[in-house]
Every structure is written in C-alpha cells, then in structure tokens.
Write a protein that binds this ligand. Structure first.
Ligand code: SF4
Length: 438
C-alpha cells in the first residue's frame, strides 16, 4: 500500500514566465501560509556545457519536451553563470544552478535570474560565504537545495574521533558512519540557514548505494521539515542505473517520502526524465500522460517479430498520443485476449498476423507487415473519440474470454484457423476470431 505523503514546508521554483513548480507541501510554507502537497515533480540535469549557449538551450528544450519540470545546469566557471543571462530568457522551464567549490558562482547565478540554487556542504562550507549566498537568495525569494553527497563529504575535524562517535549512532546499519556523517553535515549546515531565518530549503542525501539512499532519506524525513529531492547518484548506465534507482526510490516513495526526483544515468538525460515519469505513473503517484504500454516478454509460441513491433509502437505512440490509453501488444492468443479485454486498444498476434481490438471489440485482422500502421490508426482514432468525449478510457464493450487451456493445442494462427482453440475452449465465438476477415 502506498502511504500518505510526509508533510513538508514547500518551496516554489520558477516565476510567472516559466511557471512555478511547488515542491513538497502539507506544512506552512516559509511565509507561514498553509499548503497541500504538490504532485511529485521530475527533474534532470543537462549533460553539455552551460557556456555553449545554443546547445544548452536546445538541450533544455529537449528535456522539457520529454517532461522535465525543472532542469539543473552546471556552473563551474564564470562563463557558465554569464551564459545563464542568455539561456534563462530563452527557456520555458525553471532552471537550477548546480554550484560546487565556488560560492561566487551561486551569487552570479542569482544575479543572472536563476530559479533555484543547489549547494554542496561538502565543498562550500565557509559560514560567511554560505551566508552571502543565503542573503542573495533571500532577497530574490530563490530556494536553495542543500545536497549532501556520499562521494563529496569531507570530514575535516578529528576524523577518527568523529568516526567512532558518529558510527555508534547507527551501529546497527551497515553504513552506520556514512549515514551519521550525512545527517550531522546536514544539521550543521542547516543551522547556518536557520540562523539567517531562511526556510526556502530542499534537501538531498545521495549515494550510489541504494540501501544507503533508503536509510539516509528515511532518517532525514523524520528530522527535517523540508521537501526531499530523491536520487541515487552515479547510478551508472541506464541498463543498471535504472534498477538501482527504482529500487531505492520506490522504497521511499511508497512510504510517502520524496517530493521531487531525479534519476541519473551515464546516458542521455532524456532517459532520466522518461524513466522518472514512468516510475511515478507506475506507482500511481502522478496521473499518466500518454500511453500505458503492456507487452508480453515473448516465448516459444511467438509468431511475429514482437520486439521490433513493441519498440515501433512505443516510439510512434509516445510522439502522438497524449491521453493515458492502455495499449496491449501480445505475442499470441494465450494471453492476448485476456490483455485485450483489459486494454483500450490491443493487438495479439497469430501466425504472421495481428488481431486488433478497441475496447474489447475486434476491429482488424491484418498480416504482420500491416500491424503497426493499423494499430496506430486505431489508437489515434480512439484518442480522437476520447478527446471529443465520445468514449471513456477504461470502458469496454465486448467481453473477451481468454481461450484456456491452450497447452494442448498450441497458440499459432494456424491452430486458430483450424478451430482448435475454439473447440478446445468453446469460446471461439466469444473471442470472435474469423480468419481472413477484418
Ligand atoms: S503472450 Fe504468448 S508469446 Fe507472449 S509470452 Fe505469453 S504465451 Fe508467450
């Protein structure tokens, strides 16, 4: 069961031109106004150089088009913060400046009109410098994310003594010392903000270790009232980073912990946005936009090139469908009818053919080479009807009974054509299979 969101004091990122994204909610905001939790937002970070203005703007447009609600950019040099003055007016999504080592970059980014600052306590920890940044942000009502990172936490005090003291705090946890130091660093750092009466704060505590991420955010969620930016850092390439990220973030999100997410891959950040959205949709934490695609994994019964078909369907529908219709692409008749029944639009394959259903009603029976185009036509036609209010998503008109059992008769179109399925199940009529007709 998904638990209720943990209440936090929300922050607001953006302005009237790019739009304002609320992160967190449920507690009074920094001005004392009551709030309700905002939907969990998805953010990402550009991969190119910020000073390369045209490319950076192009990348931000691409990420926003993919669904990113906030985009972060690196500003390691002054030429990057100078570039922000030209980048920000050209984009339509809130921009965060990711600042490390040089507090001046934060001041410059604020002057350039950035919508949020990220500071790392591991490399900007001079109190006077941090206070300068806080005051600049306060004057412009710009929130700050305090992001501790396992990889950049540096213990400068009596390391051995601290290790012993802090390690004892979470001695039962395999990452006891690191967990304790992340929390201690956050507490020390946030004291500077509280001294300045600054509460427009979000927090992150990332690691590449999923179990440490779960433990760190679980602890932090009980100690601070600020919204949490979830992420697994240095998660690796998409193929493995996806598992690592979903393992950690799902464990937290299902417990109501987390207000904005960034999945990070050593790949095109568009994937980070797509997978972040899919994660929230899959957990039912955001209303799905676009297709909910169901596809079978294939097995020895497969009789069309389903992997290619599924990828083609996914790409085509992602570009053209905006309503959250459920589309099933199934390799054979074993699970095909059952899934067709549950989907708005479905195809299940026979022997080099595809049988297409819309809301449970069979609408086409075509050779393999026509499956993609015919399915797309019916999906777009169905979308049009939904948008015109003629049909409702999730409704179905015809009951399709799954032909079961099929172990005796196989699953190919040939078997269907010969009537084995109908005779084995007595459901040929209900399934409505008629060879050669559409
Ligand atoms: S739908 Fe058919 S082809 Fe796909 S996995 Fe199930 S039994 Fe195999």
């Amino acid at each position: 069961m998904i638990q209720a969101r943990r209440p936090t004091s929300p922050i607001f990122v953006g302005d009237s031109r790019v739009g304002i994204v609320q992160i967190g909610g449920g507690l009074p905001d920094a001005s004392g106004r009551p709030s309700v939790p905002a939907p969990i937002s998805v953010q990402t970070m550009t991969a190119g150089y910020t000073y390369d203005i045209d490319k950076c703007v192009g990348e931000i447009h691409k990420l926003a088009a993919a669904g990113a609600e906030i985009v972060r950019v690196a500003v390691p040099e002054k030429k990057d913060t100078e570039a922000l003055r030209e980048i920000i007016p050209q984009v339509r999504v809130p921009i965060v400046a990711d600042v490390h080592f040089h507090f001046q970059r934060a001041l410059e980014a604020v002057e350039a009109g950035v919508h949020k600052i990220r500071l790392n306590p591991g490399n900007i920890n001079d109190r006077a410098q941090v206070k300068d940044v806080i005051q600049a942000c306060k004057a412009r009502k710009i929130p700050i994310r305090v992001g501790v990172n396992e990889g950049s936490i540096i213990e400068r005090k009596d390391k051995q003594k601290r290790q012993k003291e802090l390690g004892a705090v979470f001695s039962e946890h395999k990452h006891g010392y690191m967990l304790a130091i992340m929390i201690a660093k956050l507490e020390e750092y946030l004291d500077i903000f509280y001294e300045e009466d600054f509460r427009d704060i979000a927090i992150s505590a990332k690691s590449m270790d999923a179990s440490l991420v779960i433990a760190a955010y679980s602890e932090i969620s009980q100690r601070f009232p600020h919204p949490l930016h979830l992420g697994v850092t240095h998660a690796g390439p998409k193929e493995t980073g996806c598992i690592r990220s979903v393992a950690a973030l799902s464990a937290l999100l299902t417990r109501g912990i987390g207000d904005t997410i960034r999945i990070s891959y050593a790949s095109d950040p568009v994937y980070e946005v797509e997978d972040g959205l899919e994660l929230l949709w899959s957990l039912g934490l955001r209303e799905r936009k676009g297709v909910d695609l169901i596809a079978c994994p294939t097995c020895g019964r497969i009789q069309v090139d389903l992997f290619t078909l599924v990828q083609d369907v996914r790409k085509q529908l992602a570009a053209r469908v905006t309503v959250p219709m459920k589309v099933a692409v199934m390799g054979c008749i074993v699970n095909g009818p059952g899934e067709a029944e549950g989907a708005d639009v479905a195809v299940f394959a026979g022997d080099r053919r595809g049988i297409i259903y819309v809301q449970g009603e069979r609408v086409a029976n075509v050779p393999e080479e026509q499956i993609l185009d015919t399915l797309l036509t019916h999906c777009l036609d169905f979308q049009g009807k939904v948008l015109r209010g003629e049909v409702k998503l999730g409704d179905k008109k015809v009951a399709i009974l799954p032909p079961d059992p099929l172990g005796e008769v196989g699953s190919g179109w040939e078997k269907v054509a010969k009537g084995y399925v109908a005779s084995a199940t007595g459901q040929g009529k209900a399934v409505g299979l008629t060879v050669g007709k559409t």
